[in-house]
Design a protein around this ligand. Structure first.
Ligand code: HSE
Length: 408
């Protein structure tokens, strides 16, 4: 009998509990050894929950799990960084396998935790940490057995994609849709991470670290989000037959990595534009297979819990790899992106007198500027990232509400 200790019974924890109990027969048939949930760590044992369960397995003492010799697999779903990292490391060090959905911990401590797992002969799996239900990490490891990975890109945050596609389809405000994304269980406890791009930066850091054999930190990745987007932006894009997506990309050339998270404008009839709601898409370019693409639900209770349970089954079936990342010391993040692109910049004004000044400022590098009431819409000439950053910085002298997107 394989015994599981679950840390956390929030949205994903509940999903995992439900799959392991409601689908017990199916799940049990696909493993070589029977499994059971031995203990679940919660904050409040007496809290009323929406699931039927044997509450005697609840505990609020982490030692009941980490010091319990009967428990083979610890499933970390408490979120946060420091405490979760401490628990994961302690579990691995005491010879327990660990499954986690925690991208913040994986992005920050991946290499160290893989080493601890290897030294203790246990598995450390985190499929649910990137792109929810899409088996992207398994696919990447599989591809890497034969291929060299050249680039990874895609929509890897469900909340921001749900917000942008709902604004486009339903003409509703950012604030209203964000609340809905939270109610649906897509958003992080602090949705700042979703809307400012930090969640995507963590995910592209994890994928890139695996693919390029480097310890890439999310904090080093140039990251912009969608916090300032307005319905007026969406209406402008609609007129141009464009859709906006928050997008992450990284590539490697001559051992130099570039990685960025930013809003991107794509033609409304492109594949990317059809990836709506909480769906994610990941594109991988590699040398033998060429282009490889996966689409699926990137956030929410069931898709994320599905990925967690899939990792649990792999551990029980001993199908986890003894995956060691041998870092390639030659590889480094340069962010020296010398590409020239058109950018969309929208500035809004409380004070009409600043509009003309801002227009003058932008005009030297822009092909098209339109002013409508308190908004200025601009499409820049083809410029590099540094010029774009200079333009955006300059605009902050005139406007407090600015949104930009790169044109594909
Ligand atoms: N908040 C995340 C998202 C959850 O919206 O994608 C899944 O990682």
């Amino acid at each position: 009998m394989i015994k599981i200790g679950l840390l956390g019974l929030g949205t994903v924890g509940t999903g995992v509990y439900e799959i392991l109990t409601n689908k017990y027969d199916i799940v049990n048939n696909s493993v070589k050894e029977e499994l059971s949930i031995e203990k679940i760590l919660v904050n409040n044992i007496n809290k009323k929950r929406n699931i039927n369960m044997d509450t005697s397995i609840l505990t609020n003492n982490i030692n009941d799990i980490l010091d319990n010799n009967d428990i083979d697999i610890v499933v970390e779903l408490i979120g946060g960084v420091d405490l979760a990292y401490k628990y994961i490391k302690r579990a691995l060090s005491s010879g327990k396998h660990v499954v986690t959905a925690n991208k913040a911990v994986v992005a920050k401590h991946m290499i160290e935790l893989h080493t601890v797992a290897k030294n203790n002969n246990v598995g450390f799996l985190y499929e649910a940490s990137v792109a929810g239900g899409i088996p992207i990490i398994k696919s990447l490891k599989e591809l890497m057995k034969i291929n060299k990975i050249h680039s990874i890109s895609g929509i890897i945050n469900g909340t921001s994609n749900y917000i942008l596609s709902s604004m486009e389809q339903e003409n509703v405000s950012f604030k209203e849709i964000l609340k809905r994304a939270q109610d649906l269980g897509y958003a992080e406890s602090d949705p700042t991470d979703d809307i400012d791009g930090y969640d995507m930066a963590r995910k592209i850091a994890i994928l890139s670290s695996l693919a390029y054999k480097v310890e890439l930190k999310d904090s080093d990745i140039k990251t912009s989000g969608i916090r300032n987007i307005k319905i007026n932006d969406i209406n402008f894009f609609r007129k141009m037959k464009l859709s906006v997506k928050l997008f992450a990309s990284s590539n490697i050339k001559n051992n130099a990595i570039t990685a960025v998270v930013e809003p991107v404008l794509v033609p409304t009839n492109s594949v990317i534009a059809q990836v709506n709601s909480n769906l994610n898409i990941v594109d991988i370019e590699c040398d033998i297979l060429g282009k490889y693409q996966l689409i699926g639900q990137g956030a929410g209770k069931d898709p994320t819990a599905n990925a967690v349970v899939s990792d649990i089954l792999d551990i029980i079936n001993k199908e986890y790899e003894d995956f060691e990342i041998t870092l390639n010391e030659e590889v480094a993040l340069t962010n020296d992106i010398n590409e020239f692109k058109n950018y969309y910049i929208r500035c809004s004004f409380d004070d009409q007198s600043k509009i003309e000044k801002c227009k003058d400022f932008l005009s030297s590098m822009s092909q098209d500027i339109e002013v409508k009431e308190n908004d200025l819409f601009c499409i820049t000439n083809k410029i590099n990232i540094d010029s774009k950053d200079d333009l955006l910085l300059g605009c902050t002298k005139f406007s407090k509400n600015i949104f930009y997107a790169r044109m594909q």
